[in-house]
Every structure is written in structure tokens, then in C-alpha cells.
Write a protein that binds this ligand. Sequence first.
Ligand code: GRF
Length: 221
Amino acid sequence: MPSSRKRTAVLASGGGTNLQALIDAASDMDFPAEITLVLTNVDGAFCLERARRAGIEGLVIDHRQFESREAFEAAMDRELRDRNIELICLAGFMRVLQDRFVNDWHDRMLNIHPSLLPKYKGLHTHARALAAGDSLHGCTVHLVRAALDDGPMILQAQVPVLAGDDEDTLQKRVLVREHEIYPRALALLAEGRVDVRGPDAWIDGTKGPLVLLPELGEARL
Ligand code: GRF
């Protein structure tokens, strides 16, 4: 019987700790998605080693070999379709994607961002949260739209900002929760529990994002 687990590609440019969290979750055959491809634009990136160890195909498509962003993305798209990929997870993929690719994967591509969106789109989110004196910070998994770090939000996890935090300590605290919410959000999408209405994702009939509070730790999903 063919598997009903959604064939998922993870796109990464670096070390891929979120990739590892996704691989670990999907190693359970009851998880509703399987990671069948790790695609990177950086030859030698550690995410390829993580793929190799897990027996997952790793593919390098170096953006510098293409004359335009569109040509690079068309090449990625071909490879993804050749492998019957159904869902994409961006996990530290450091190329801004153009409209065509984003629209082709509409509602089938997730991103994780290290802030409580819509706060702090873009880079240096931890430094910006510290500079603003925020007492709460965190991370968000959302469906990808053409605008950077924008799109219907599925899950957020909050962390406290503690006295004495610097960028490094805060980043580490957030990363732990990234590893928690990314597999959960992928599972929700793969199980068809996410319904997109306009700018919002609804999860099992509740308007997103579902928020995991620092005090509660676990939310029921
Ligand atoms: C994470 O902070 C993620 O939120 C951001 O890029 C970083 C990737 O880290 N989009 P890793 O490669 O998964 O460790």
C-alpha cells in the first residue's frame, strides 16, 4: 500500500538543527510527513551530513551557477517536482524566494522564524528583542508568502527574556522551542488540519497562531 505520509523537502543553507528536529520527528512511521529530500544552496553545509546520516537524499543546487534568482528557483522547482515533493519546510534557507516559486508552492511551504511575528521580520531578531526591552520573545512557524517572513501563522512558542540575557543565551532558548514547534506545525499541515482563510491560518477551527506559553510548556495539539 503506498504511504499516505506527505513527501517533504527541507531547504536549508547551514547547520540544520531544525532539519534535525524534523528528521527525528519523521523517523516515527506514525508521523504524517516523511523527509525525502534535503536541498541546499551551499555545498558542504552540515545539513547534507545530517541528511546522509539519516539516509535521506541530499542535493546541492548552488545559486551562484545561475544567472538569475528565477533560473535558480526554476531549477529547484524541477528537482522538487521530479521527486513528487508535496510539502516544503524552509529551515535556515538563506535565499529570499521570488513570487513565482512562492506562488507555485502556495499553502504547501512552511518557514520558521525566530521571533513572535509580526514582530521583528528579517535578521537579528534576538538583538532587536533585547534592545526593545521585551519580556517575551519566541518563534513562529508560518506558511510562506511573497513578502519576507509574512504569511498565515500556525504555531508560536514564547520564551521569557531573562535578566542578564545576551543574544547568544536568548537565541539558544528560542532554538529549543523552534525544534518543538516546527515538527508539530508540519504535522498539522500534513494532516490537513490547517485551513487558510485570507491572511489567517485556522487550526482545527481555531484562528492561528496557536501559542505555546512559557508557563504551560506543552499545549494540546
Ligand atoms: C533558525 O533560527 C531559524 O529560525 C531561522 O534560521 C535558523 C536556522 O537554524 N529561520 P538551524 O540551521 O535550523 O540550526
